[in-house]
Design a protein around this ligand. Structure first.
Ligand code: XMP
Length: 527
């Protein structure tokens, strides 16, 4: 084992060949409590040396090694003396670059496959699946490839075979180079995490030191040394990222932190009170509450177009925030809850150069006009890690496990023009929905759930009277990355209870519908 006190040293470096699963690989490595970063496949070798990885992972990718113009790994990586794991395209390019051969298979293999271990290897020895009655000590894995390796480079042995990929896993134990044709990073490969963990811990010798406690210690130290005795301003939204950041910053610099919480009138039921109670009363964080509800409502009058609404809300937020922040003496830093996926996404499409950091969509434009330096202490963390850090810091579960809430808030959930009357109806309906979802125990397994107000009227019967009232639609989705999503199959009984409660308890609603659209083509929000 490598004894390293800074958990960010001697981690794993993932070189991205464009796979849709690259972030998943990174999350698996982090779940093994080892720090990792993603760089584009053609990052300058100096950057790789600078990172000083204990091991490298070459990701999959959409291209084919059988064409000359497609991505290749930097040849120096194979002379670097560090262990390498190539996954799918990563394995194919490694095999081809080291003298093996890759062919275009006759048909694409996509889905479950059974691989049988043919040679003992530290990567998979003793791991097998027999859950579905197999007696061959093989593994159930997930394949997604068109090409396959047909001849191994010198020094390599096959370690697992499958019907469609006779070289499903390969190893050169001497150089510590490994290749997997299947995807260990997806949950369908049930032993996938164990295989990755073998590579990370046993082959690369990484210590499991990327823990919430160490992450917190690192952030506190970093923030203190950067900020010194300056004042820091944070826009607190009540969402997971800014909440965790507020607590971290308070730990790091105490009363040098001022949080600005803007009540834009587009918050959910009781949200402003809840945020004040948790952060100000319970945690003693200095919060400036700005009641700007009237100002936002007035500014949204007559605007129907979703993008125009978003822009207007963004502009007003900047103005209000700026007015408040400029009153804080000696403020030098603007803290933002940017997380690692934001960093990766903003660097996406670019294959070289260092990271470009996206300014958070809720506070975009602020740094320049306020002359504040940007402080982004969470920018190395995935969302799950932010949550673990939050739990470790003792934040209440209702804050840590919160579904995401968009910056423009209920402004994009009241379709068309935002009116006070509509917001009131939506707030009550949404609160009933979330209360029932929590009570049914399904909140945590739902990625995001909310109600939407439709400004159309429909006929109903309430008591003996004809009602002609508005429509509320319920949305619940399951997703890993919010880029694609499926609608959640909520139990009918729960939907029935929510619908009946909303129609009975919320004046102005005569009909409730359930949104069964997937993303794509629909988006998660309605606007
Ligand atoms: P869509 O609707 O694009 O949403 O499928 C994907 C995720 O992003 C959130 N979202 C936003 N968040 N400002 C934000 O801070 C926005 O303007 C915005 N629009 C959508 C949405 O709630 C979902 O989690």
């Amino acid at each position: 084992m490598i004894v390293e006190t800074d958990p960010r040293r001697q981690g794993i470096l993932i070189l991205d060949f464009g796979s849709q699963y690259t972030q998943l690989i990174a999350r698996c490595v982090r779940e093994s409590q080892v720090y990792c970063e993603i760089l584009p496949y053609d990052a300058p070798f100096a950057e790789v040396e600078d990172f000083d990885p204990a091991g490298l992972i070459l990701s999959g990718g959409p291209a084919t090694v059988t064409e000359l113009s497609t991505p290749r790994a930097e040849p120096k990586l194979f002379e670097f003396g560090r262990p390498i794991l190539g996954i799918c395209y990563g394995m194919q390019t490694m095999a081809a670059q080291l003298g093996g051969e890759v062919e275009n298979a006759h048909h694409r293999e996509y889905g479950f496959a059974r691989v049988i271990q043919s040679h003992r290897s530290v990567l998979m020895d003793g791991l097998f699946d027999d859950g579905d009655g197999h007696s061959d000590s093989g593994l159930d894995v997930w394949m997604s490839h068109g090409d396959r390796v047909i001849r191994l480079p010198e020094g390599f042995n096959p370690i697992a075979v499958s019907e469609n990929a006779p070289l499903a896993a390969i190893a050169d134990e001497k150089r510590r180079f490994y290749g997997l044709q299947f995807h260990p990073e997806v949950t369908h490969t049930s032993q996938g995490r164990a295989i990755l963990s073998r590579f990370i811990h046993r082959v690369c010798g990484c210590a499991p030191n990327w823990t919430p406690e160490n992450i917190i210690d690192g952030i506190l130290e970093n923030v203190r040394s950067k900020v010194g005795s300056d004042q820091v301003v944070l826009g607190l939204s009540g969402g997971v990222d800014s909440s965790v950041l507020a607590v971290l910053l308070q730990r790091a610099i105490g009363d040098q932190l001022t949080c600005i919480f803007v009540d834009n009138g587009l918050l959910r039921l009781g949200e402003a009170e809840q945020v004040l109670d948790t952060f100000s009363s319970q945690l003693g964080i200095h919060i400036v509450l700005v009641d700007a509800a009237e100002r936002f409502l007035a500014g949204l009058k007559g605007i129907l177009d979703p993008e125009e609404k978003r822009k207007a809300i963004g502009r007003m937020f900047v103005d209000v925030f700026q007015e408040q922040a400029s009153e804080i003496e000696r403020a030098r830093w603007l803290a933002q809850g940017t997380i690692y996926p934001d960093v990766i996404e903003s660097a996406g499409g670019r294959s070289t150069n260092a990271k470009v950091i996206k300014s958070h969509h809720n506070v975009g434009g602020l740094p320049e006009s306020l002359h504040l330096q940007l402080l982004e202490p969470l920018n190395e963390l995935f969302k799950d890690e932010v949550r673990s850090v939050g739990r470790e810091l003792g934040l209440p579960e209702e804050v840590v496990d919160r579904h995401p809430f968009p910056g423009p808030g209920l402004g994009v959930r009241v379709l068309g023009e935002v009116r006070s009357e509509y917001l009131q109806i939506l707030r009550q309906a949404d609160a009933i929905y979330l209360e029932e979802l929590r009570q049914s125990g399904l909140y945590e397994s739902t990625s995001q759930a909310f109600a939407v107000f439709l400004p159309v009227k429909s006929v109903g019967v309430v008591g003996d009277d004809r009602a002609y009232e508005y429509v509320v639609s319920l949305r619940a989705v399951e997703t890993i990355d919010f880029m694609t999503a499926d609608w959640k199959r909520l139990p009918y009984e729960l939907l029935a209870r929510v619908s009946s409660r909303i129609i009975n308890e919320v004046r102005g609603v005569s009909r409730v519908t359930y949104d069964i659209s997937a993303k794509p083509p629909a988006t998660i929000e309605w606007e």
